[in-house]
Design a protein around this ligand. Structure first.
Ligand code: PMP
Length: 430
């Protein structure tokens, strides 16, 4: 029997000293009951919670774990750099090495700037788009996540309509909606934000339509605006390049984060020569942006990305997981929708409008040592082996059996039901 006594005690302490007990995307508030909040160990593809329960982790830290937690070569690079210099009065030469490595690897990029979070990189993209020709309007797909700052956070608390006064929303993958949004911007169009594919929560994922992506490029060019691809989530899980290289569209700017240091705090904004002058004119910085240790980790991560077959491997493992799960579900009388790239799988049940089956399934898998998400895309990492997938499928087989037995008594999440009754956060947007 799994214990969660330590996790419960930590939650009680946290509730006293951390607003809401926990905040942001790593709060388990939206997860099914029983999901642990606190973890004490992470290695390879597994995480252990505060009570010592270990899980095969399909969330990968919400992305950063690309090559395996505690990857030996990256750990060696980190430890070596820690003995020399990290956060100091100026950057180390590694910043130049890393900028060169990124420019060499990412086809559209002529320069790189480094920061800490994905939100830093997307906000720099927003500022550079506006600085480029001193224009204001920025187009963003409805419900697309680009970070947690006032212009982009999905929840309304603390956000003013003015924070989004010059954003215009359009439907992802709809060239006509994009064209209409560009018209609405008139001669004030600064930039168009695109995600590599639609990866909104609680929704099937959709890959980009080539016509939509080419329309975005053409409209940006016609208006001397910048095209931004937000690769913070999908980066290096679709290509060893910007994700839109897969459909032949090159942005002016691309935002990176998460996997860049395989979990070390570093993100990046990359750009082409067209955007260089504006990028050199904005003032952006941070106390830790120039720290050398995460850059050492990133250089090693990028080297492994360049030199190994990690991408083929995660594609193969992702396909095994996808095909195995969908087949298995059928055997128990459930139809699963497994959408998006196999390396970033979203798994939703058919005939499950309030997500009760998905929630019960993930709770049942968790009890058997597999950490899945019922509402967010998951992530495959290169440490996962065929044996991990076999072990996963054994657990999910038992989880399907459990929910099949209990199907009539499964209730939806109370919190989800309450949220569904509230207005969708996007209604606050301009
Ligand atoms: N853009 C996308 C597409 C993301 O998925 C995220 C994070 N989930 C961000 C931006 C923001 O990154 P961060 O949380 O590191 O600020």
């Amino acid at each position: 029997m799994r214990s969660n006594a330590k996790d419960r005690a930590l939650r009680e302490r946290a509730a006293q000293v951390i607003p809401g007990g926990m905040y942001g995307h790593q709060s388990t508030i939206l997860m099914p009951e029983g999901f642990p909040q606190f973890f004490t160990q992470a290695e390879g593809t597994r995480i252990s919670d505060a009570d010592g329960n270990t899980y095969i982790d399909f969330m990968c830290a919400f992305g950063p774990n690309l090559l395996g937690y505690q990857h030996p070569e990256i750990m060696t690079a980190i430890q070596r750099q820690q003995t020399q210099i990290d956060t100091s009065t100026g950057p180390s030469p590694l910043i130049v090495d890393l900028a060169e490595a990124m420019v060499d690897m990412i086809s559209h990029a002529d320069w790189a700037m480094f920061c800490k979070n994905g939100s830093d990189a997307t906000t720099m993209a927003l500022m550079i788009s506006r600085a480029h020709r001193d224009k204001r309007k920025v187009l963003v797909a409805t419900n697309a996540y680009h970070g947690s700052l006032p212009w982009s956070t999905p929840r309304p608390g603390g956000v003013l309509a003015e924070d989004r006064a010059h954003l215009i929303y359009f439907d992802y993958n709809d060239p006509q909606a994009l064209t209409d949004a560009v018209k609405q911007a008139g001669n004030d169009l600064a930039g168009i934000f695109a995600t590599p594919f639609r990866h909104d929560t609680f929704t099937d994922q959709t890959l980009p339509d080539a016509e939509y992506a080419h329309t975005a490029r053409r409209l940006a060019d016609e208006h001397d605006a910048l095209l931004v691809v937000d690769d913070v989530r999908a980066g290096f899980r679709m290509a060893r390049d910007c994700s839109w290289e897969t459909i032949g569209v090159r942005p002016d700017l691309s935002a990176w984060g998460k996997v860049l240091g395989n979990g070390q705090p570093i993100s990046a904004l990359l750009g082409n020569n067209r955007a260089r002058e504006a990028a050199s004119r904005i003032f952006v910085t941070g106390s830790y942006w120039f720290s050398a240790v995460p850059m050492a980790a990133a250089l090693e991560t990028v080297r492994i990305i360049r030199e190994t077959d990690y991408l083929d491997h995660i594609q193969k493992i992702g396909a095994l997981f996808r095909n195995g799960l969908v087949e298995q579900a059928k055997g128990f009388g459930f139809d699963l929708r497994h959408t998006g790239p196999e390396t970033l799988p979203m798994v939703l049940f058919d005939d499950d409008p309030d997500f009760r089956l998905g929630y019960a399934f993930c709770a049942a898998a968790l009890k058997r040592g597999v950490y899945l998400s019922p509402y967010h895309n998951m992530f495959i990492n290169a440490a996962m082996t065929e044996a991990d997938i076999a072990e996963t499928l054994e657990a999910t087989g038992a989880a399907f059996e459990e929910i099949k037995q209990n199907r009539d008594s499964i209730q939806p999440s109370q919190l989800l039901m309450a949220m569904a009754e509230q207005k969708r956060p996007t209604t606050m947007r301009q």
